[in-house]
Design a protein around this ligand. Structure first.
Ligand code: NAD
Ligand code: DAU
Length: 361
């Protein structure tokens, strides 16, 4: 065993940010296993494509033969599991892929890792970690005045996506409890930042604003999310990997609760300054209220006290600094946006919003 880690889903939004930071900081070699679904994009990793400390493997976390081969060849000291179907709206349209990857895939990954871990020396077994990256959505929805989610909050997932993530969290918990696998689980709030696929609220709004398209707000726009800059999430995962207590769960959040409408108006005002519309009007004029998401959770909020007090992690970015970095990144990477918004993505978005009475593509 050496300081190599296996990362799954490292061509997606958070996984790519994590892999880039890990390799650029010289923390060791990353074997990056990704199926390259519509959300996986090798262009995210272009900066490290020739770096010998990044080994990309195209494959599925549900492929046990491939997993066994990678584990025995690379002898990792940790596996970090980002791979998932991650978009709530897609899970409402078609839940099956979510069950397949998030539940069955995680099960196969756990089985392969358990077999590998069981064959390690006593010392290497002690040092090995399996870190599962999960979401605050497993806790369900909060009322306006409810206390934020702590690690002991009851699980009450409401969408096929969050139910599939909850199932995977339970499997991870069971593999620690039953087999002693040294697991760690992080449950994080909404991320934003570079390489975010423009089907999610923040990158979708930036892209649509610049393209002169409607900015679709589900329902009244009063739903609340707790936003965290993606690099802060990656730093939290590194810290949990380094110092987290085996078997424990850590909630990760930005202490940044915002109603959706406020997030969208902030983006519009920032774009009004950085990239004014040719007609001199505000991007706010492009806001359109559309039919609500089925079963839409009203509010998420993370109580990140445990990770702060026990591991000393705190977010570096405020919402204001993080959102400015994000808008700048999208303005400077219009080619990346153009590349992702072609093909599969465009077809799906067109279909989804056509059902809501909007022409978006
Ligand atoms: P994403 O959809 O951008 O990326 C997912 C990646 O996983 C893609 O590269 C995809 O190709 C890959 N993948 C999908 N199925 C796979 C399979 N069967 N085998 C191998 N690779 C596969 O997702 P993201 O936003 O980067 O989220 C990463 C993880 O973090 C997910 O587990 C998600 O539940 C969790 N999470 C996300 C957020 C958020 O705000 N985005 C917040 C908290 C937790
Ligand atoms: O909370 C963590 C979760 O955050 C992650 O587990 C998920 O993987 C990630 O996708 C994200 O889920 P959300 O459903 O909160 O993110 P999304 O960007 O899809 O939506 C954010 C809010 O904005 C939500 O209340 C729905 C709303 N929305 C979204 C879109 C795409 C709109 O009003 N209009 C839209 O067009």
């Amino acid at each position: 065993m050496n300081n190599t880690i296996i990362v799954t889903g490292g061509a997606g939004f958070i996984g790519a940010n994590f892999v880039l930071a890990w390799v650029k900081q010289g923390l060791g070699t990353v074997v990056n296993l990704d199926k390259l679904t519509y959300a996986g994009n090798l262009e995210n990793l272009v900066e490290i494509q020739h770096n010998p400390h990044h080994v990309f493997v195209h494959g599925d976390i549900g492929d046990r033969t491939l997993l066994d081969k990678l584990l025995s060849e690379h002898r990792p000291c940790a596996v970090v599991n980002f791979a998932a179907e991650s978009h709530v709206d897609r899970s409402i349209h078609g839940p099956e892929d979510f069950i397949q990857t998030n539940v069955v895939g995680t099960f196969h990954l756990l089985e392969a890792v358990r077999a590998y871990w069981g064959g390690l020396s006593h010392e290497n077994r002690q040092n090995f970690r399996f870190l599962h990256v999960s979401t605050d959505e497993v806790y369900g929805s909060l009322g306006k005045t409810d206390a934020a989610f702590t690690e002991s909050h009851t699980y009450a997932p409401n969408s096929p996506y969050s139910a599939s993530k909850a199932a995977s969290d339970h499997l991870v918990r069971a593999y620690h409890h039953t087999y002693g696998l040294p697991t760690l689980t992080t449950n994080c709030s909404n991320n934003y930042g570079p390489h975010h696929f423009p089907e999610k609220l923040i990158p979708l709004v930036i892209h649509n604003a610049l393209a002169g398209l409607p900015l679709p707000i589900y329902g009244t726009g009063q739903q609340i999310r707790d936003w965290l800059y993606v690099e802060d999430h990656c730093a939290a995962i590194r810290r949990v990997l380094e110092a987290g207590k085996v078997g424990d769960v850590y909630n990760v959040g930005g202490w940044n609760e915002k109603p959706n409408i406020e997030v969208v108006k902030t983006l519009c005002r920032m774009l009004d300054i950085k990239k004014p519309r040719a007609d001199g009007k505000s991007y706010v004029d492009q806001i359109t209220f559309v039919e609500d998401r089925l079963g839409h959770d009203q509010r998420y909020a993370i109580d990140a006290t445990k990770i702060a007090s026990q591991l000393g992690w705190k977010p570096k970015e405020t919402f204001e600094s993080g959102i400015e970095k994000t808008v700048n990144w999208y303005l400077e990477h219009q080619e990346w946006v153009a590349n992702v918004t072609s093909g599969d993505y465009r077809h799906w978005v067109a279909k989804h919003y056509a059902e809501r009475g909007e022409e978006l593509a």
